[in-house]
Ligand binder design. Structure first.
Ligand SMILES: [Zn+2]
Length: 334
């Protein structure tokens, strides 16, 4: 019987060696290890043996079973791996994952905030759904004020609206804190403008406010000149052009010399040599009154810049809609 088992082991291994496919291996397994296998046939004769003989045959039979099972496993694993290889061509270059980055508008906001925080300003944010009081009244824009037309507004309900500028946050901060105050306020604003190359119903502003004792217009000029030169290059000239805003007095429009044409005149600056980038002025006493500040004791300046405007000038973008269309071909350039 022992001899029979050893013979069986020989043929089993030789058949297994020849097996090239999974199904051939399976056939070998059934043939030598299945319920009707040759081994089972041989072991039927066990009953005629002595106890010692039974023990020895049993031991040899078990070793055979274990060896052939192990060999079958090894062979199946190797075959499976071999089957995988042809599907992976390791010489083909990998697929590069697109690497994300921040949006050009966010990038511009970060740049603006970086410059002002380096000058000691704190970044503050406020709600986009705003009350009339903060968007208008406290900023010296009463209901019947003609300036209110210039701030056309999306109303949500009753006195709740989508803020038309970031200036309401000035009032919110001054209501809570006493001077000195030095803040900048980045954020979205909303106006029901028809969308075209230079208008959008939603855009971004960065508002600034500085209030303390003895703040003068020269502080405003100095601070904003530093900002604009850091933003557009130290060779740009800065111009303050008289203007009107309800919440500042005196007020000015903020221009930088056209860095596209070096003031020779071009399409970007409409041949004027200057680019408007925002507005500024000394905080109107009416605004201080609304937040119970003593306007004999304190003075301050405020300003606002359009983020899209700055980004368009800085990167030579000619259509504001490009920022919001989520066109990957545009966005990946930044
Ligand atoms: Zn120009």
């Amino acid at each position: 019987m022992l001899k029979e088992i050893k013979e069986l082991q020989k043929t089993a291994f030789s058949e297994l060696n020849k097996a090239q496919l999974l199904e051939d291996i399976e056939k070998v397994r059934i043939k030598y290890l299945g319920r009707k296998s040759k081994l089972s046939q041989i072991l039927k004769g066990l009953k005629d043996l002595t106890v010692e003989q039974k023990a020895e045959v049993g031991k040899v039979a078990n070793i055979f079973k274990r060896k052939i099972s192990q060999e079958i496993e090894v062979k199946i694993t190797a075959l499976n791996e071999a089957n995988l290889w042809p599907k992976i061509d390791i010489t083909i270059p990998g697929i590069k994952n697109a690497r994300g980055h921040i949006h050009p508008i966010t990038k511009t906001i970060y740049e603006i905030c970086d410059i002002f925080t380096s000058l000691g300003f704190n970044v503050v944010e406020g709600p986009e759904a705003e009350k009339e009081r903060y968007n208008f009244e406290a900023l010296n824009i009463p209901l019947d004020h003609p300036a209110r037309d210039a701030f056309d507004t999306f109303y949500l309900k009753d006195d709740l609206l989508l803020r038309s500028h970031t200036s309401p946050v000035q009032v919110r901060v001054m209501e809570k804190e006493k001077p000195p105050i030095a803040i900048i306020v980045p954020g979205k604003v909303y106006r029901p403008d028809a969308v075209d190359a230079t208008h959008s119903f939603m855009f971004h502003q960065v508002e600034g406010l500085l209030v303390d004792k003895n703040i003068t217009f020269s502080d405003l000029k100095g601070t904003l000149s530093v900002f604009l030169r850091k933003m557009f290059g130290k060779e740009v000239k800065v111009r303050f052009r008289p203007h009107f805003f309800p919440f500042t007095e005196p007020s000015a429009d903020l221009d930088v010399s056209c860095f596209v044409c070096n003031q020779k005149g071009c399409r970007v600056c409409s041949d004027t040599g200057w680019l408007e980038v925002g507005g500024a002025g000394m905080v109107d006493p009416e605004v201080f009154k609304a937040v119970n500040y003593d306007y004999d004791e304190f003075s301050g300046f405020a300003f606002g810049v359009g983020v899209e405007r700055i980004a368009m000038l800085k990167y030579g973008i000619n259509d504001i809609r490009l920022f919001f269309e989520n066109d990957y071909r545009f966005l990946k350039q930044f």
